[in-house]
Design a protein around this ligand. Structure first.
Ligand SMILES: [Ca+2]
Ligand SMILES: [Ca+2]
Length: 211
């Protein structure tokens, strides 16, 4: 059974699960990790809203040199980068060590959002965790098939005054355990992650754990 209204939202939705030459695609699976950089295909206003049309990571911070990660979703508006070794994303200031070479969404601003086509294997109550970095704290919200599921989820800052390398304040990773608890129905649905307050947060993945 789908929640009331879900069918209409999905019938009118033109976004598609992300896929590329390296990533087979299909709905992201719950329980499991929903990779934030694998937001849906479909473009601005359909699969996402981003404040800047360019990708400020791929092809800007990360030179367009023909490699997969440096050119990841280069021509889309959502700003993406990936975790790097050498004291960037693997520093001692991390609260949780992220996998290296993992794409993530950064340069986030309030009002930006991304859609994820997901497939829930089992209906039930899910704990939702978020792997993220945030140099000033903020808040996000989650919707399911266009309906608010969790609003104003507070994200704790990972700023650490001990770290004197200013740019690295954007790279202190943490996992927000039990960011929220959601009841999800079985089946394919569209999840929306929205930046509500502050922005300047990096999102690696949302993890859904069946309670
Ligand atoms: Ca952008
Ligand atoms: Ca952005």
């Amino acid at each position: 059974m789908l929640i009331q209204g879900a069918i209409d939202v999905r019938a009118n939705y033109e976004g598609k699960p992300y896929r590329d030459a390296k990533h087979v695609g299909g709905p992201q699976l719950i329980p499991g990790k929903v990779m934030c950089a694998y937001y849906d295909l479909g473009g601005e206003g359909i699969a996402y809203h981003d404040a800047t049309a360019i990708n400020q990571g791929s092809g800007r911070l990360n030179p367009a040199d023909g490699t997969y990660l440096n050119e990841f979703r280069l021509h889309e508006g959502v700003d993406t980068s990936y975790t790097k070794p050498g004291g960037i994303d693997d520093s001692a200031y991390n609260l949780v060590q992220p996998e290296i070479g993992m794409p993530y969404v950064g340069w986030t601003e309030p009002g930006e959002w991304m859609n994820y086509t997901v497939e829930v294997a089992r209906a039930g109550i899910y704990l939702v965790h978020l792997l993220y970095a945030s140099n000033r704290g903020g808040a996000v919200s989650l919707s399911v098939d266009g309906e608010a599921a969790a609003e104003l989820l507070e994200i704790a800052s990972t700023y650490d005054a001990e770290d004197e390398v200013e740019w690295r304040q954007w790279h202190h990773w943490n996992k927000a355990e039990r960011l929220t608890v959601l009841h999800l129905e079985k089946g394919v649905q569209v999840l929306t992650l929205r930046t509500v307050l502050e922005g300047q947060m990096n999102y690696a993945y949302l993890e859904f754990e069946l309670l």
